[in-house]
Ligand binder design. Structure first.
Ligand SMILES: Cc1ncc(COP(=O)(O)O)c(C=O)c1O
Length: 417
C-alpha cells in the first residue's frame, strides 16, 4: 500500500482547491485525451465514455474531418465578431441548418454559443414577435442555468438560493404517461392533459398573455420522457388558436440522438422556434435559435446577439460535423443503437421488478427504477436526494459513511482490476 496519489487524484485535488464546489462534479474521472467513444485519463487508463460530454459528442470524440476544419479555420482567423464583419462560415451554417430543419416555410437562424443562451434568445424573440410577456414551461424541464433558462428549468436542485427568478413564467405538468397515467389509455390521458391547458387558461394565465410555450418533446435531464404525439398535436392546435408561439428545445435531443435530425420529426409537429446546441459542434461552443423567418425578423436591431455569437472556428466545426454526420448516416446509427439498447433493457425489465419502465426514442433510451412497481415511487428521486445530502455532508468521514450506506458498491470485474 502506498500513499502516493495517482495523477488523476492529484488533478482532482487541484480542482478542489481552485474551482468552486458549485461546478458540478458527477464522478472522479479525468481526461487527458479522447477519441471516438473512449477517454484516456491522466493515468493512461482507457474509459468507455457513456456520458458523451453530456449529449455533445453524438459523432464521437474528435472526428478527424472536424479537427481538420477547426485547424484550417484557426489558421485563417479566430474572431472578428459577426456584428463587426460578416464571415462565410456563419452564413453557410445558417443556410445548412435552414435546409436541414425547415420550420414549415422560409426559416432563419441566429447562432450563439451555449444552449442557455439559445433559450434566452428564443424567449426574447417570442416576446418581441407577439408583444406578450408570459411563457409556459413544464415540470421536469431543463433549459439551462442563466436567469431566464434557470427559471424555466424545473428541478429545484439546480437553483438553490438563486432567486428571485424571472417573472411571467408559468409551469404545468409534463405529459409523463408512465408516471401519471394511473391505468388510463394514452388517448384518455392526453385528453385530460390537454384539458389541463384549458383549465390553466382560466385559473393561471390568460392565453392571450402567453408569448410562448417551451417544451422538450423528449425531456433530457428530466429522464428521457417522451411526450405523446397526440399531446404535441394538441399543444400545436392550442398555440395556433391563441396566437402563442411553440418553442421546441432540441438542445439535447437534436442531431441523430433520436434517430433523426430533430426529435420533433417523429411527431409530425413543426415548432415556430427551436433551440439547438450540444452535438452541433462536436464540443466546440456553438448553439442556434431557428424559427419561421417572419418571426425571427421581429427581433429589434441589436436586441439579439453578443460579442462571440457564432464564433468562426465553432461554425467551421459545426459545418464539418453536419457533413460528417451525413456521411456516416448518424440517424441510422441512432436508430440502430436505440433498438439494441431497447431489447437489452426490455430483457432486464422482464427479470427485475425494480425496473418500472423502458422508454425513449432512438439512442435516447432510459430505464426507470421504481419501488414495488409503483411509477410514482421513483428510485431516481431517492438517489438524487441521497446525492444532495452526500454533497452537503461534512466532514469527509461522514461523506464516506453516507456513500457506503446509500450507494451500492460496484466492484470492477476481477480481470479488470
Ligand atoms: C434540453 C436542454 N436545454 C438547454 C440546456 C442548456 O444548455 P447549456 O448547458 O449549453 O447552456 C441543456 C443542457 O443540458 C439541455 O439539455
Amino acid at each position: 500500500m502506498t500513499d502516493q496519489l495517482t495523477k488523476s487524484q492529484e488533478l482532482i485535488a487541484r480542482r478542489k482547491a481552485a474551482v468552486p464546489n458549485g461546478v458540478g462534479m458527477f464522478n472522479y474521472a479525468t481526461a487527458a485525451k479522447a477519441d471516438g467513444a473512449t477517454i484516456i485519463d491522466e493515468d493512461q487508463r482507457e474509459l468507455i465514455d457513456f456520458a458523451g460530454g453530456i449529449g455533445v459528442v453524438n459523432a464521437g470524440h474528435c472526428p478527424p474531418p472536424v479537427v481538420k476544419a477547426i485547424q484550417e479555420q484557426a489558421a485563417k482567423f479566430l474572431h472578428v465578431s459577426f456584428n463587426v464583419a460578416s464571415y462565410e462560415p456563419y452564413i453557410a451554417l445558417c443556410e445548412k441548418l435552414n435546409t436541414l430543419l425547415p420550420h414549415g416555410g422560409p426559416t432563419k437562424t441566429l447562432l450563439v454559443s451555449t444552449g442557455a443562451e439559445a433559450v434566452e434568445n428564443a424567449i426574447k424573440i417570442a416576446r418581441q414577435a407577439t408583444k406578450r410577456q408570459g411563457v409556459l414551461c413544464f415540470t421536469d424541464a431543463f433549459h439551462g442555468r442563466t436567469m431566464m433558462a434557470m427559471t424555466l428549468t424545473s428541478k429545484v436542485g439546480y437553483k438553490p438560493d438563486c432567486g428571485p427568478f424571472a417573472p411571467e413564467v408559468y409551469r404545468t405538468q409534463f405529459p409523463n404517461f408512465y408516471r401519471y397515467s394511473a391505468g388510463r389509455s394514452e388517448a384518455d390521458f392526453v385528453k385530460a392533459e390537454l384539458n389541463r391547458l384549458e383549465e390553466l387558461s382560466h385559473n393561471t394565465v390568460a392565453p392571450e398573455n402567453l408569448a410562448a410555450i417551451i417544451i422538450e418533446t423528449v425531456q433530457g435531464e428530466g429522464g428521457f420522457n417522451v411526450a405523446p404525439e397526440a399531446y404535441l398535436k394538441g399543444l400545436r392546435a392550442f398555440c395556433d388558436k391563441h396566437g402563442i408561439l411553440l418553442i421546441f428545445d432540441e438542445i439535447q435531443s437534436g442531431f441523430g440522438r433520436t434517430g433523426a435530425w430533430s426529435a420533433y420529426e417523429h411527431f409530425g409537429v413543426v415548432p415556430d422556434i427551436s433551440t439547438w446546441a450540444k452535438s452541433l459542434g462536436s464540443g466546440m461552443p456553438i448553439a442556434a435559435v431557428m424559427g419561421k423567418a417572419e418571426i425571427m425578423d421581429k427581433a429589434g436591431p441589436s436586441s439579439i446577439g453578443g460579442t462571440y455569437i457564432g464564433n468562426p472556428v465553432s461554425c467551421a466545426a459545426a459545418l464539418a460535423t453536419l457533413k460528417y454526420m451525413e456521411e456516416i448516416d448518424i440517424n441510422a446509427k441512432g436508430r440502430h443503437v436505440g433498438s439494441v439498447i431497447r431489447k437489452r433493457f426490455e430483457k432486464m425489465k422482464a427479470k427485475h421488478k425494480c425496473i418500472g419502465d423502458v422508454r425513449g426514442l432512438g439512442a435516447m433510451m432510459a430505464i426507470e427504477f421504481v419501488k414495488n412497481g409503483d411509477p410514482l415511487a421513483t428510485r431516481c428521486r431517492h438517489l438524487h436526494r441521497a446525492d444532495e445530502r452526500l454533497r452537503q455532508a461534512r466532514p469527509r468521514g461522514d461523506q464516506r459513511r453516507y456513500r457506503e450506506e446509500h450507494h451500492p458498491r460496484v466492484e470492477p470485474a476481477r480481470d479488470q482490476r
